[in-house]
Ligand binder design. Structure first.
Ligand SMILES: Cc1cc2nc3c(=O)[nH]c(=O)nc-3n(C[C@H](O)[C@H](O)[C@H](O)COP(=O)(O)O)c2cc1C
Length: 210
């Protein structure tokens, strides 16, 4: 089973769409989880996991961590917030600390695919997820960088906000029209091609492993 996780705070945002596209393209059985609305705290360094590799913090991560352990591959996507991975995505990855004590690595050998989303289309989040997969001794198959949304287009004030992305990219506007909006995932042909390609490769590797 392939587990797809979107770390975005938005349930139907671009990260969700891109992770789902990879899962679909694999042609294999998968489960998709959005972290949106989930209560996931960061690691608190209590070390209660050191003896048995089981995190003792009682929140929504426990179920997700369990699914990560059962999966053959993990497609992990997260957005860039302020030049780094968003807090939910970070907390989810940080808690995998519990999997790696006494030279036992619960995620070792599992395949990983990285989806990183940002308004600018940069690779900041990709590097972080790659590091975390590496720390868990996972095998990174490939990564996809997707161009994200800007909240300034829907906050209601973007057309005349001097510090927002709308004015920066289009100047002051009477109103925001469809032609001004950033491309949604469905309209990003290059991103769709890339997710399709990566999903196919992931599916092919997993089929050959069986
Ligand atoms: C609090 C916050 C901070 C953000 N900071 C950045 C940033 O520094 N650089 C950037 O390129 N995009 C930034 N973004 C834009 C997100 O990366 C973009 O909206 C992305 O599409 C979010 O993923 P989603 O569509 O899955 O929700 C930020 C968004 C939020 C909500």
């Amino acid at each position: 089973m392939i587990l797809g996780i979107s770390g975005s705070g938005r349930k139907n945002g671009i990260t969700c769409d891109a992770v789902k596209a990879v899962l679909e393209a694999s042609g294999l059985e998968y489960e998709f989880i959005s972290l949106s609305g989930k209560k996931i705290g960061g690691c608190i360094s209590c070390l209660q996991c050191a003896s048995d590799n089981v995190c003792k913090i009682k929140d929504d991560w426990l179920t997700i961590g369990d699914k990560m352990l059962k999966a053959d591959a993990i497609v992990f996507g997260a957005p860039n917030y302020y030049g780094m991975i968003n807090a939910l995505g970070h907390a989810c990855m940080e808690r995998t600390y519990s999997f790696r004590h006494q030279a036992r690595f619960g995620l070792a050998g599992k395949l990983g695919v990285i989806v990183s989303t940002s308004y600018k289309g940069d690779n900041v989040v990709q590097s972080y997820i790659e590091k975390m997969m590496f720390e868990n001794k996972m095998v990174v198959v490939d990564s996809v960088i997707v161009r994200g949304y800007s909240q300034c287009y829907s906050c209601g004030f973007g057309h005349h906000c001097g510090v927002g992305k709308v004015v920066r990219d289009h100047g002051f506007l009477e109103k925001i029209e469809d032609k001004h909006l950033p491309l949604c995932f469905e309209d990003q042909d290059d991103s769709k091609q890339q997710t399709y390609k990566v999903g196919k490769i992931l599916g092919s590797i997993l089929k050959n492993r069986r």
